[in-house]
Design a protein around this ligand. Structure first.
Ligand code: FES
Length: 74
């Protein structure tokens, strides 16, 4: 777990992000390749400029990379 709650981030441009699944990235909630050597793999997601996204910080979401509220039960 990187944080017990989502990272709420507005996309500055349309494109792709790479979400950290392992929780080790120093650039949460995005991948910085810290997963190397672990069983985890990041998830690539499309984002639209101006839209706000709730990226899962607890890394337990059933809808990863987005928050689904699972963190409230941890
Ligand atoms: S932060 Fe992981 S489900 Fe909400």
């Amino acid at each position: 777990m990187a944080q017990k709650g989502p990272y709420i981030i507005k996309a500055e441009k349309t494109g792709k992000i790479v979400w950290c699944a392992c929780g080790l990235s120093k650039n949460q909630p995005f991948c910085d390749a810290s997963h190397k050597g672990t069983e985890f793999r990041p998830i690539v997601a499309d984002v639209e400029e101006g839209k706000t996204y709730l990226w899962c910080g607890c890394k337990q979401s059933g809808r990863a990379p987005l928050c689904d509220g699972t963190h409230s039960k941890l």
